[in-house]
Design a protein around this ligand. Structure first.
Ligand code: ATP
Length: 211
């Protein structure tokens, strides 16, 4: 029983990754373990590979060496990935030819209560992505990954371009939702104060990456 409890929910084991054969390694021998419900901040200097590691952990990028495990099994190569990622640029994460209602309900059908808690207004549903602000669009990107099949969330600089009030609102909602669902979080940020406020542990990628 004790062993089962100690098994990390998310395990990246000895990950080595480069974008092209013969190009420089971005990640080398990176091992990261996150327990269920743990909130970890991933920090490190610009260009050290934080977003790249996030892409590997969410299954967007396949490492040349090593493997990512979710609850002891390799990440699925097809179908819905239990590890989902939200990025810094919501406008790049949505289909510009879809209206917001369709974008929101692409993977699941969020209930009205969640939309209200997220501060998503009914009148935004019939708009195109370009007709929303960055903060409004980011709320949709968060709501659409909070479906029942998402077990772990990676937030890659999600609030960097938002004003402080919107940042605070978004983090409060995210913490409430992830805690009530028992989801773990990996928060990529340059903001140490945010890392300390939101997370229970801070990992500096430059200390675990052998590049
Ligand atoms: N698609 C790509 N193709 C080739 N190289 C890339 C690609 N994306 C990122 N890189 C390179 O990989 C390295 C790591 O980039 P990455 O974005 O992961 O760093 P980061 O730590 O998240 O940086 P920042 O804190 O500035 O966001 C950089 O040298 C970058 O130029």
């Amino acid at each position: 029983m004790q062993n089962r409890k100690e098994t990390p929910a998310l395990l990246a084991e000895q990950i080595s990754f480069r974008y092209r054969k013969n190009s420089p390694w971005i990640l080398q021998g990176v091992t990261l373990q996150v327990k269920a419900k743990e909130r970890v901040a991933l920090v490190g200097p610009s260009g050290c590979g934080k977003s790249t590691l996030a892409g590997v952990l969410a299954g967007y990028e396949i490492p040349e060496r090593g493997e990512v495990f979710w609850e002891g099994k390799p990440l699925p190569r097809s179908g819905y990935c239990p590890v989902q990622m939200i990025g810094q640029h919501p406008e790049q994460a949505v289909n510009p030819r879809w209206k917001m209602n369709k974008i929101l309900r692409e993977c699941w059908n969020p209930e009205e209560g969640l939309l209200k808690r997220m501060g998503i207004k009914e009148e935004w549903m019939t708009r195109w992505p370009v007709e929303l602000s960055g903060g409004e669009l980011q709320r949709f990107c968060i709501a659409r990954v909070l479906g029942p099949e998402t077990k772990f969330l990676i937030c890659d600089e999600i609030s960097t371009m938002l004003d402080v009030i919107t940042q605070a609102q978004i983090w409060q909602i995210l913490l409430e939702e992830t805690q009530s669902r028992g989801m773990g979080l990996l928060v990529i940020t340059h903001n140490r104060a945010l890392a300390k406020r939101v997370c229970t542990r801070i990992v500096d990628l430059s200390e675990i990456n052998q590049c």
